[in-house]
Write a protein that binds this ligand. Structure first.
Ligand code: NAI
Ligand code: MG
Length: 359
């Protein structure tokens, strides 16, 4: 008997609750197949929490997340709250939860499903075999540096500063090496060490941490070159680790290799095994309530949770294989369907995936 894992479930807004509903079916099927035990508890978060509690991140939701082993999040936001003041916006809840839970890295896998290769803008032969993860530092760098305006020699100037400490680089590097150890044992560290001092420190620290991981093959690559190589030889990458702003850009670029936003999972991690898992997409207000959203991104986020937080690699593989099998059989939700008239509903897709899961 394995111990019970507690998962805080935050459905959020728009399509969030419906895609999370399908992910919960996957949890239940995993219990039946593998004997793992999950305890799920729901919390209010985002726009719905603003409506019911007057704040996007109520204290009881935060307490729930802190008492859990992992958090599963749908998505938050929508036009209803767009004109609210900053404290009453769903996005403020997102920033708050990351900060409160100490989540300093964002993990985004981009793997290409063979049967969806045609959906990408890249040539199928270039995409063949692409299966990579971008590990992005989330709480440092230029986005969080000191910012100000000043009077310069030629008038008004704006200044953004970029800072990284050894400790910040060490912890993200270690996390990336740990992830590489569970996969293809290849790590590409992305920087701009030819011009930036923070990048020179980044490279020094990554080289030092690499000594703890002699099995991992380490490559240093300049960010501009990495942007090119992602399009030219995406399948040669395994794990990519980089600082905040470079990661913001490269993770979106990598996401587009796969075709649809409805397929992309993500994790935010801190110290230890705790993590927050969510689809990359938002609350999709344009299709909310129609039961046509693609639940695969959220279902694959559960697989990521199994791998990175619980170490349940067998169950993760079962989910990933089931998704592949269902897609190979031609099943599609509208976002990835060529013939939209044959598209499945959210729950039909979820049901097919749990039916295809095997031990
Ligand atoms: P979005 O990702 O919600 O939607 C972009 C487009 O992709 C829409 O046409 C939508 O219908 C489609 N789409 C997204 N997920 C899909 C799925 N699972 N199945 C089928 N189609 C899907 O991004 P958008 O429209 O920019 O933002 C909508 C709201 O979501 C905003 O309030 C935004 O702030 C919020 N948002 C929240 C995020 C989060 O909770 N982490 C992340 C991104 C946006
Ligand atoms: Mg972005």
């Amino acid at each position: 008997m394995s111990e019970v894992k507690k998962i805080a479930v935050l459905g959020g807004d728009g399509i969030g609750p419906e895609v999370v509903g399908e992910a919960l079916k996957v949890l239940q099927k995993t219990e039946e197949l593998f004997g793992y035990k999950f305890e799920t508890e729901h919390g209010l978060f985002g726009g719905i929490a603003i409506d019911e509690k007057g704040t996007p991140l109520p204290q009881e939701t935060l307490d729930l997340c802190k008492s859990a082993d992992a958090v599963l999040l749908g998505a938050v936001g929508g036009p209803k709250w767009d004109n609210n003041s900053k404290e009453l916006r769903p996005e403020t809840g997102l920033l708050g939860i990351r900060k409160e839970l100490g989540l300093f890295s964002n993990i985004r896998p981009a793997n290409v499903f063979d049967c969806l290769k045609e959906a990408s803008t890249l040539k199928p032969e270039v995409l063949e075999g692409t299966d990579l993860i971008v590990v992005r530092e989330l709480t440092g760098g230029i986005y969080f540096g000191e910012k100000f305006r000043r009077e310069g020699a030629n008038g008004e100037e704006a200044v953004d500063t970029c800072a990284y400490s050894v400790q910040e680089i060490e912890r993200i590097a270690r996390q990336a090496f740990d992830i590489a150890m569970t996969r293809g044992k290849k790590l590409a560290s992305v920087d701009k060490a030819n011009v930036l001092e923070t990048s020179r420190l980044w490279r020094e620290v990554v080289i030092r941490v690499a000594e703890e991981y002699p099995e991992v093959e380490l490559e240093h690559i300049l960010v501009d070159n990495c942007a090119m190589q992602l399009l030219r030889r995406p399948s040669s990458f395994d794990v990519i680790v980089t600082e905040n702003m470079f990661g913001d850009i490269l993770s979106d670029e990598a996401a587009m290799l796969t075709g649809s936003i409805g397929m992309l999972s993500s994790a935010s991690l801190g110290e230890g095994s705790f993590g927050l898992y969510e689809p990359v997409h938002g609350s999709a207000p344009d299709i909310a309530g129609q039961e046509i959203s693609n639940p695969i991104a959220t279902i694959l986020s559960v697989a990521l949770m199994f791998r990175l937080t619980f170490g349940y690699h067998d169950a993760a593989k079962s989910i990933e294989d089931a998704v592949e099998e269902v897609l190979n059989a031609g099943n599609r939700t509208t976002d990835i369907a060529v013939d939209k008239s044959k598209a499945l509903s959210t729950s039909q897709m979820g049901d097919l995936i749990i039916a295809a899961m095997k031990k």
